[in-house]
Structure formats: structure tokens, C-alpha cells
Unconditional design. Structure first.
Length: 750
């Protein structure tokens, strides 16, 4: 295997190793360059995690690097809120922030400043690690992120069961014989809350060894198309279906706890809790025959190596936390928890709370340490529901949000009620966006601070090794030097912290970084902080935090106590990363619950079951809408890259032929999709991939809003699904938005 990190020779380009930061598959790329040009992007076959896999978005990292619309200089409004965004120097941009932001907090309190983080902030170590620091410095209750448009139900369920928000169980795809995928389409998304590059190849291997893939999804997706069985569930009915599967296990005497038995709490409570969810009672609601439900429960119980995995389709609904929980309950009651071929936990080399502190026991998780001012929604994992941000800005009174710092997020397109949020953002006294584009959200800011190209940054995946199909540790240095004068984003975040702390815009951010790290070390009980800081030299910023986390992690060198253990230098010396082996059983040490047990029946979840039972009696809506992902798109922000944007129109409304006929809509005709007076239009794609009564439209489109500067995306803007979705609909436990199965009216645009 040739080393990808090779210097250029006269005719050979230089090769670099780069971990793709664009989605959760985290593929290792080989990037060939000549001078400042990217010549080629390929999957790097020497990568320990991804084995050479990549998708078209990975290739488009070249377009992203060269995109003329990508910001390289701050934009500011010199003349107040209604003046235009104009290029400015970094000093001028930060001076404006220092002039405007602290007085707002001083006059109205810390909660007057909202912090909003988007999806890319999970994919960049500098953003994730320093947003956490910004959060502590700001001390505001108004923290929002894409998590409440996404996986918060999964994190809450796992947190309640295992004691930490990121102790999310993973399918052991390399060894399972039966994989049930619910509400996920990894062939398009490349996996989520599960870092599993080349799902297709792994599914092929599963089938080659005689295993089966079952997909539960309203739509016959790309993943469903390669499955052995596809169950077209009615949108929003996952909790009821899963409860009926659990019911069947008890009803038919199929419960078998397996090796996890000594660590399981709450089996008896579960039996009682699901008593009302007979397959016969839920069948019509789920659109799945009772016998099919019973047979799936039997298959799961009878297959020695089986596992159920669920993702966004079953999270972004009003019973998202219940559904996520019941998936793990099914795995536990069929003896597939913590066994090879079943559901296992990763053991990440760095940053995993389930490798820190006392093994096997901890404080567990709590919600509701504070509540939303207006709705009273509980804080979950430090966050409030992002769909409520517009109200918090628009509604007068003490505690009103008057300023915002938005980090790599585009809630104007990505959150239900985004159009109203756009109006709300204009009511703010001051707004800062850190983004690489002037997108539909950043265009409302007073200051935009641009981030670097991914090729100008070093990379270590902070959360994803905690969710990976295999344990590895990987790091890459920047491919290119960053442009002179443009700071890395972690330093921009530090400068914002300095401003909020009253140190001023001219503060020495590296000294502040030292100060914050020393604080961290003292809080975690390190006696000789100076010695640790010295041992971490010469690393700086996020790399320094990674080195610290690796060295004090489960495979680390323990600062000399474990000679040969991991350090960032050792990881960096291996392009392609260090393989730490396949997933292993981790009970009980992975647990951080107060009881030291897996909590199969958390009271908060049991208490929510009657709501799911009551929903069985509600009449179904005539027409509901669900989302859809395409491999050439990524939420709202990769539509500006020419290699991805070309090809057929992707923002189409898929309709079943029977619905199309009933509504008088032909393929290619324009349909109006509306709810409560909100209305969008999209071209129809007639297909029997969606069942009758279900329409599918992708999210992240709608690039025709004034102010944004995305020239390629604006050529085919698409319709913004979230403009019709309903900001009032949430899962009350997690605060997560309901994005799927929302009732809409569809008609022909005459
Ligand atoms: N209806 C519907 N809505 C959805 C979903 C759905 O399935 N259906 N999915 C939801 C999900 S899962 C998610 S995660 C959210 C995503 O919601 P958001 O995170 O709000 O949206 P993104 O489109 O990911 O926008 C990310 C922004 O980050 C910027 N960015 C990219 N790289 C960097 C960087 O290095 N630094 C900085 N500072 N900025 C950067 C991009 O320019 C873009 O503006 O959308 C959600 N919305
Ligand atoms: N190409 C591409 N890749 C991406 C993204 C992207 O936008 N584009 N976004 C990234 C992000 S931020 C995330 S969070 C992940 C998400 O990764 P996935 O969870 O795999 O996301 P989707 O492909 O949207 O798959 C969700 C599936 O749920 C189905 N579904 C809808 N409603 C229901 C329901 O009520 N019940 C059930 N059982 N299924 C339902 C949908 O039809 C869809 O097929 O993808 C990531 N990867
Ligand atoms: S699947 Fe594509 S976007 Fe995701 S990490 Fe791999 S190359 Fe990047
Ligand atoms: Mo997401």
C-alpha cells in the first residue's frame, strides 16, 4: 500500500491523506495536488475505517475548495441592520462584535444571547470542541442545534438506558445474520449515528454469508430495494410497531435475555407496559399485517445473531424517543444486546464519556435542568427545541432572545417554521454567523466570519469513533496551508469567548486557550497542570485537546504510564489510521447509570406509552409528507457545487400513481403542498416507491430567498419542505421536531 502522503516529484502530483468531513461515514480520501491545485480525489484503500470507499460528495470536496462563492473574508453591515453585508477586515469584524454584543448581554442578561449550532459543527473538531467552550462562556439557556431536528430522541433514549448521551448501541454488521433497518436509508445517507462507510458492500457480505436485511420504511428506498424484506410502515407509527414486537416476545414466550441478563433492569415492568400493544391492535395504524409483525418478532428471537437499527425516520416524529428506546429493548429481550453480531458499543480512543470516570456506574442523564421561557419545554442535553427559537426572538418579555451566534447552521431552511425564523432573525439586535457561505440564515447576520476550506484544516473525528462500526483512531494534517491572515475557526470562537469574557477583541487568544485548558485540567483533578501542558507541546488548539484526550483515553500512553500507548503523534504517523479492532462486548463497564444496570424501563418512557396507545384511535390523515435524501446532496448546503448540482432535478414531490391520478397530477406537473395557509410548489414525480397517501419531498432546498449568495444553488432553488412543516409539532420528551408523517394538502397548480 503506497503512503498517500508523498511529496511531488517532477511529473507526479503530491498525495495527501484526508478524512472526509462531509458526512458520518468519515471516509479516508487520497487527495492529489499540484501546487495549490487539487488534481484528483479518490478513496484511500489504506484507510482502516473506510477501505477505499467514497461517494460523489467526497469527490466534490475539490469543488468546495475552489467554490468562488465560499467566503474567504468577513462580511459585515457597517450601517446597522438594514445596511448591506460588505467585505471587511478581521479586525473590523471583531471590533463590531465587541461594540455590539457585550452591551446586549449586560443590559438583558445572558439568556438574551442564543447559540445555534448546525450539523457541520459535529464534523469539525475545532467547531465541536470550541463551541462547547463558547457555551460555557456564554452561560445562556438558549442553546439550540440541529440535534433537535435529528437525533435527540436517540440520545435521550440511550442516555436514560445506559447513562450517557453518546452511549449509542451499534449493529455489529460484520458478524450479524439478520439486520433490521428502521427509518434509515444508508445507501443514500451513508449511515447516521452509525459510522459505516460502504454500507452497500457490508450488506452484500451479510447476504453472501446467508444473512438477511429487512427494511422498515414507508418508501421503497435504495436500501429497501436491496433488502430481503421491505415493510412499508405508515409514517409515524414506529413506536406502536416496536411496542407490538416487544409485546409479541412476551406473549409468545420468546424473551431470552442472553449474556446481558445480569445487567438488565426492568423486564417485568416492560411486560406490563406493552400489554395493550397487541399486533392486532396496531396493525391498521402501522399498515403492517399482524402476522407479519409476529413473524418478525419470531425471526429476531430465533436468529442467534440479529440486530435492529433505527435512525432519523423513526426519530423525527412525535414518538421519536419511544421508538428509539424500543429498538434497544427489542435487542435486549432477544438476547442481542452486547453480543457479537448483535448490538455493541464502540470503544473510542478519545472523548468518550463511557470510557471516563468509574467504569460501570455514573450519574446517568437528566433533562429539565432548565426550561424554555415560553413553552416550558425541558432542556435536553443542554439544548432547547430549535423549532421554538423564532418564538423566543419574537415574543417580548424578560428573557427574550435579542442576539444570536450561529455556527455552521442554516435553520431558515433546515427547521420547520424557517420562514418565520428568517423574519425573527431580522428582529434581533445583533447576529453573528460563522459559516463558509452567505447562506439563507447567515444572510440575516450583522457579521459573517468565514471558516476555512476542509483542505486547510487538520482533522480528528471527535464524536464519530463513538459510533463507528469498527474501532480506529485517525488524524490528518491540513492538505494546504490556510490563506494568510484567515484564522482557523477555533481561534474565531476563542475571540468570541474573549469578547464575552470582557477581555476584548484584541485579546491574546492563544493565552486564553492555555487558560481554558488549565481550568479544564484543574476541574478534572489534575494536580500538576503545568506538567501536562508541557507534555502536550507542541500541539495547539484542537490538536492539543485531541492529544490530551487520546493520551488519557482507553488506549492512551497515560503520559508515560502506558509506554507504546496512543498519542496524537503516533496516530498522525499512520496515514489511514490505527486499527483498534472490531467491536467488543462492554457490559457492564460501558454503563454510567446510577444503578450500574441497563435501564430497560425508564419511568419517563413508560409514562409516555399511553400517549402512543391513544394515537391508535386517531383517524389517519388522507395525505402525509415524508422526507428523502439523495447521495449527491447534503442537507441544505452542497447544492452550490457544480459536480453535485448537475443531473436531473432532485427536489421532486414523489407521489403514488393512485394519488397522482386522484389529484389530476401527471409526472412533471407542478403540485402545491400546503398546511395551515403555508404553501410551496414542487414538480411531481409519479412512482410506486411511495405508498398511497404518502408523498416524499427532500429537505434543504429553497435557495431562492433574497440575500443568500449561492449562485449555482440559485439556478435550481427547489422548494423548502420545512416551509410547510409545522414548528409546533415536537416529541415532548426530547424536544425534537416532527419532520415526518405530517399531514398536508396536495393539489394541482392550475
Ligand atoms: N424536513 C426536514 N428537515 C431536516 C431534516 C430532514 O430530514 N427533514 N434533517 C435535519 C437534520 S438531520 C439536520 S442535521 C439538519 C441540518 O441542519 P443545519 O445544520 O442547520 O443545516 P446544514 O444544511 O447542514 O447547514 C450547515 C451550514 O454549515 C455551513 N458549513 C459547512 N462547513 C462549515 C465549516 O467548516 N464551518 C462553518 N462555520 N460552517 C460550515 C454550511 O455552509 C451550511 O450553511 O437539517 C434538518 N432538517
Ligand atoms: N447524501 C446525503 N447524506 C446525508 C445527508 C444528506 O442530506 N444527504 N444528511 C446527513 C444527516 S445530517 C443525517 S442525520 C443522516 C440521516 O441518515 P438516515 O437516517 O439514513 O436518513 P434518510 O436517508 O433520510 O433516511 C430516513 C428514512 O426514513 C424514512 N421514514 C420517513 N418517515 C418514517 C417513519 O415514520 N418511519 C420509518 N420507519 N421510516 C420513515 C424515509 O423514507 C427515509 O428513507 O444522513 C446524513 N447523510
Ligand atoms: S460517504 Fe461521501 S460524504 Fe460521506 S464521508 Fe464518505 S466520501 Fe465523504
Ligand atoms: Mo442530521
Amino acid at each position: 500500500m503506497p503512503d498517500p502522503n508523498t511529496p511531488a516529484s517532477a511529473d507526479q502530483p503530491e498525495r495527501h491523506y484526508r478524512i472526509c468531513p462531509l458526512c458520518e461515514a468519515c471516509c479516508g480520501l487520497e487527495i492529489s495536488t499540484r501546487g495549490t491545485q487539487v488534481v484528483q480525489v479518490r478513496g484511500w484503500a489504506g484507510d482502516t475505517l473506510s477501505d477505499g470507499y467514497l461517494c460523489p460528495k467526497g469527490v466534490a470536496i475539490k469543488d468546495l475548495h475552489t467554490d468562488p462563492d465560499r467566503l474567504r473574508q468577513p462580511l459585515i453591515r457597517r450601517g446597522g441592520r438594514s445596511s448591506p453585508l460588505e467585505p471587511a477586515s478581521w479586525d473590523e469584524a471583531f471590533a463590531l462584535i465587541e461594540q455590539k454584543l457585550p452591551p446586549i448581554v449586560a443590559a438583558h442578561g445572558r439568556d438574551a444571547l442564543a447559540l445555534v449550532a448546525g450539523n457541520p459543527s459535529a464534523h469539525k473538531m475545532g467547531l465541536l470542541l470550541y463551541f462547547a467552550r463558547l457555551g460555557r462562556a456564554a452561560g445562556s439557556k438558549n442553546v439550540y442545534s440541529a440535534s433537535t431536528l435529528d437525533q435527540m430522541p436517540r440520545q435521550l433514549a440511550s442516555g436514560l438506558m445506559y447513562g450517557h448521551w453518546l452511549s449509542v448501541g451499534l449493529p455489529d454488521i460484520a458478524r450479524t445474520e439478520l439486520l433490521v433497518v428502521i427509518g434509515a436509508n444508508p445507501l443514500a445517507s451513508n449511515g447516521s449515528m452509525w459510522t459505516v462507510p460502504d454500507f452497500r458492500g457490508k450488506a452484500r457480505d451479510l447476504k453472501a454469508r446467508g444473512g438477511r436485511l429487512v427494511v422498515i420504511d414507508p418508501r421503497r428506498t435504495e436500501t429497501a430495494a436491496i433488502a430481503d424484506q421491505h415493510l412499508a410502515i405508515r409514517p409515524g407509527a414506529d413506536a406502536q410497531l416496536l411496542a407490538a414486537l416487544v409485546h409479541t416476545l412476551f406473549d409468545e414466550g420468546l424473551v431470552r435475555l442472553g449474556p446481558a441478563e445480569p445487567w438488565l433492569n426492568g423486564v417485568a415492568e416492560l411486560r406490563q407496559a406493552v400489554a395493550g400493544f397487541t399486533p392486532e391492535a396496531v396493525a391498521a395504524h402501522c399498515g403492517i399485517d399482524a402476522n407479519v409483525i409476529r413473524q418478525l418478532a419470531r425471526d429476531l428471537a430465533a436468529t442467534p445473531r440479529a440486530v435492529v437499527y433505527s435512525r432519523i425516520g423513526s426519530c423525527t416524529q412525535t414518538f421519536g424517543t419511544l421508538a428509539s428506546w424500543l429498538v434497544d429493548v427489542l435487542n435486549a429481550l432477544t438476547g442481542h444486546l452486547d453480543v457479537p453480531g448483535g448490538q455493541l458499543w464502540a470503544k473510542a480512543a478519545a472523548f468518550a464519556a463511557n470510557t471516563q470516570g468509574t467504569p460501570g456506574r455514573g450519574r446517568g442523564v437528566a433533562t429539565g435542568r432548565h426550561h424554555a421561557r415560553l413553552s416550558g419545554a425541558p432542556e435536553v442535553f443542554g439544548e432547547l427545541p430549535i423549532v421554538q427559537l423564532a418564538d423566543e426572538i419574537l415574543t417580548p418579555g424578560p428573557g427574550r432572545v435579542r442576539a444570536a451566534i450561529v455556527l455552521g447552521a442554516n435553520p431558515v431552511l433546515s427547521a420547520p417554521g424557517g420562514a418565520r425564523l428568517a423574519q425573527a432573525l431580522d428582529q434581533l439586535d445583533f447576529m453573528v454567523s460563522l459559516d463558509i457561505y452567505c447562506n439563507e440564515t447567515a444572510s440575516h447576520a450583522d457579521v459573517i466570519l468565514p471558516g476555512l476550506s476542509p483542505l486547510e484544516e487538520g482533522h480528528y473525528d471527535v464524536p464519530f469513533p463513538q459510533l463507528s462500526w469498527r474501532n480506529t483512531a485517525r488524524y490528518n494534517p491540513p492538505v494546504f496551508e490556510r490563506p494568510a491572515g484567515q484564522p482557523p475557526e477555533w481561534q474565531n470562537l476563542l475571540r468570541l469567548i474573549a469578547i464575552l469574557k470582557g477581555h476584548g477583541a484584541q485579546a491574546d487568544v492563544l493565552a486564553l486557550d492555555d487558560e481554558l485548558l488549565a481550568d479544564d485540567l484543574r476541574r478534572s483533578g489534575v494536580a500538576d497542570t503545568a506538567a501536562v501542558m508541557a507534555a502536550l507541546q507542541p500541539w495547539q488548539g484542537p490538536e492539543r485537546l485531541v492529544d490530551l484526550a487520546l493520551r488519557s483515553g482507553p488506549y492512551g500512553d497515560g503520559f508515560g504510564r502506558q509506554p507504546g500507548g496512543l498519542t496524537l503523534a503516533r496516530v498522525a504517523a499512520q496515514p489511514g489510521g490505527i486499527d483498534l479492532g472490531e467491536l467488543q462486548p462492554r457490559l457492564p463497564e460501558v454503563l454510567r447509570t446510577p444503578s450500574g444496570k441497563v435501564e430497560l424501563a425508564p419511568p419517563m418512557l413508560l409514562a409516555d406509552l399511553p400517549r402512543a396507545l391513544a394515537a391508535l384511535a386517531e383517524p389517519p390523515a388522507e395525505m402525509v409528507v415524508i422526507g428523502r435524501r439523495d447521495v449527491r446532496s447534503n442537507n441544505s448546503w452542497m447544492h452550490n457545487l457544480p459536480t453535485l448540482a448537475k443531473g436531473p432535478e432532485r427536489c421532486t414531490l414523489q407521489l403514488h400513481p393512485a394519488d397522482a391520478q386522484r389529484l389530476g397530477l401527471e409526472d412533471g406537473a407542478l403540485a402545491a403542498i400546503s398546511r395551515d395557509g403555508r404553501r410551496i410548489q414542487a414538480p411531481v414525480e409519479v412512482t410506486d416507491a411511495v405508498p398511497p397517501g404518502v408523498a416524499s419531498l427532500p429537505h434543504g432546498w429553497g435557495h431562492d430567498r433574497p440575500g443568500s449568495r449561492l449562485r449555482v444553488a440559485a439556478e435550481r432553488p427547489g422548494a423548502n419542505l420545512n416551509e410547510v412543516l409545522d414548528a409546533r409539532l415536537i416529541d415532548p420528551l426530547s424536544g425534537n421536531a416532527v419532520l415526518s408523517g405530517v399531514a398536508v394538502c396536495i393539489e394541482s397548480v392550475a
